[in-house]
Structures are given as C-alpha cells and as structure tokens.
Design a protein around this ligand. Sequence first.
Ligand SMILES: *Cc1c(COP(=O)(O)O)cnc(C)c1O
Length: 402
Amino acid sequence: MIDYKYLAQKYDTPLYLYDFEKIENSFLSLKNAFKGRKSLIAYAVKANSNLSVLKHLASLGTGADCVSIGEVKRALLAGIPSYKIVFSGVGKRDEEIEEALKLDILYINLESEAELQRVEDIAAQLGKKARVSIRVNPNIDPKTHPYISTGLHENKFGVEIDTAKKMYLAAKKSNFLDPVGIHFHIGSQLTELEPIKEASAIVADLVRSLHKIDIEIKFFDIGGGLGIKYDNEETIKPYDYAQAILATLKGLDLTIVCEPGRYIVGDAGYFLTKVLYEKKSGDKRFIIVDGGMNDLLRPSLYNAYHKVEVIGKTGDETPADVVGPVCESGDFFAKNRPLPSTSPGDIIVVYSAGAYGFVMSSNYNTRPRPAEVALFKGSDRLIRKRETFEDIIKNEIELMDE
Ligand SMILES: *Cc1c(COP(=O)(O)O)cnc(C)c1O
C-alpha cells in the first residue's frame, strides 16, 4: 500500500508518484510475450521522459523510440545504447537529422518523400549511409479517440503504401540510404486487437513484396499504442497482441520492434492533489483542488477519464466535479463522480497518471510544475524537484527603459 498522506506531506502537492516495480512488470510482460523471437522493446520516451524512469528502463534492457533530438539525448544520458534508439516524428529539423546520423542510432523513421530526400542529402554531406525505416499509413481506423488516432489517411502521419514502395526503391538506389526497417503506428490507447491485426497484415504483405525485389527489410516496427485500464475497459493482453502480430509474419525472419509508452508507465503513475475547499453552485458540487490542467492535461485535452479517490474518507457519496484553480472552464480532473464529503487538506489521488502526465505539464497561470517521486524497493526518492517562481521566470529578459 502506498502511504499517499505521508508522501503528500513530505513532498507537498501537486505531486507525481511512479511505482518503479510496476514499470518493470509491464515491461517484462511485453518482453516475455515476444519470447523466442528477435525483439526490441523501444520505450516511447514521450510518454514519461524523466531521466530516472529512463535509467530504470535502460537497466532492464529497453531501447527508446524518440520524437526529437532532445529525447534521443535523454535516452543516451540514461544509458540506453545508440543501437537501440529509433527516431520518429513527422517533422525533423536538419540539425536533428544531422545529429541523429552522427550518433549512429539504429534507424530514422521517415514520414514523407521530402524527408527521405532531406535525410539522403544530409547523409551525403556527412559521407554516411543512413539506416532508415519508412512509416506506412495502412489507413486503418484504430477505434480510439480522434486526437490519438494516427493510422488513417486523414491523419498527418506516415505515407500511403504506393508512396512507401516508391520511397523504398529510391532508398535502395541511393548510396547514402540503407532501408532496414518498416514502421506503422495506428494510434494510442488501443483496446481492440482487430485493427492492429489488419494493419500488421497489410504491412507484412508490403515486406514480402519488397523482399521479392531484393529490399531486405530487417526490422518490423509495430509502433506502440497498447491501451491500459483507466476505467473498466477491456484491454489487450500482451500475449494476444504478440500472437496476432506474429500470425501475420509467417515465413518472414524479422526483428520485431515495439514502441510502447502508455502501457509501460501509465498504470505506474499517481497524481496527488490537495483539497482546498468545496463549493456549491445551484445543485452542482465542486471540489476545488491545488492541482490544475497545467499539471495534468489529459482530462482537459482528451476529455480523458481518470479514476479519483479521496484518501481516508468514507461516508455518503454525492456527485461532484473535481476542478483545479486554473482560469479555464476546461480545468477539471473528474466530472460527476460520486465522492464523499471532503475537508480542506484532504488528499485526492488521480490514478493511471504515469503516461502523458508530467511531460505535458506547463507553467500556464505562472504555476510551477510539480515534483516527481520514485517508489522503489520500499522507499521513496525525489527524482525531480518542484519548480520555483525563479525557475519559471529565469529565461525572461526585461525590456530596458530607453
Ligand atoms: C506516441 C507514439 C508511441 C507510443 O504510443 P503509446 O500509445 O504511448 O504506446 C509509439 N510510437 C510512435 C511513433 C508514437 O508517435
């Protein structure tokens, strides 16, 4: 049991807690699901990029899926070797591509013909051969929230099959490109297996046709997206996930690269916030807390559901909204939830806050970002200091009076 009250007192609120054992267990369950096959679990750094989290994952042998050169640097700093790092994302600056090539990472995921050209030019300037993979958009509806759907032609990600073929041919001809991988990622918080299966089958067929023309793809990158339980949704079991993918790869000898983010860290995170007071507005009951949308954006951004609990309180439950102090009506953590009556100082836990939590935080309303604490082997350790007012303003330059 986690002593939320003690931790809230020791580190103050709002606060993020990460259970490192849970992170480890999630990683192992996925790694084991692909046992017997060559596989690389490349953790999607964007989900939670705290260096201590990355270091813990590095010690378990994970790779990293990065979407900026900053994330690549974080991964390296945490001890993830360059040959386990992939670089994805729909827009990469020249400097980022150059640095990725110099760092000799596993491969760069290309998302357009224009990008292929850019990477080829930069590799030529550096006299290097760039290992690349192409992100294919299989035009599959992942049946998730539209903001986190990425595998439809209407989304900005990847290229169509025909374009991909053209790109592979161009890459094969080039002296500066080495097409080693193929990639797809159809969305996030996936809870249905069927769309993943369909996408994988489409991409596997493309691999077969590429093999026929001597384009030897080695890495089959299935992206991330495995969903977790926020409420009572059914989720995909790692074993079923692996079996579904492997079934589409009959006769192909490929290394599977998987890029889970949320699945690894989501469940392992808790957001603690303190009750400031309650108020009524007509029939509506509000619990006002010291955490806000600047600390945990998911409810405001995606209307995402997170389980919440008032620690140590029982008794009659009546519907309430849990809202933050930020000056936006969208600043809420929970709506219309049966909750016991609260007093100032009570601690509320927001569950499943380990992924896309702190990393999406901001200083909106000049609010310092929260501290982060690791729970590891029975002890708690600060892994990121709470920001101060001075931290927030330190890069601002005052306009001088003339
Ligand atoms: C965001 C992203 C992931 C991770 O998604 P999760 O839903 O957190 O697993 C993996 N691969 C790519 C390319 C991404 O953009």
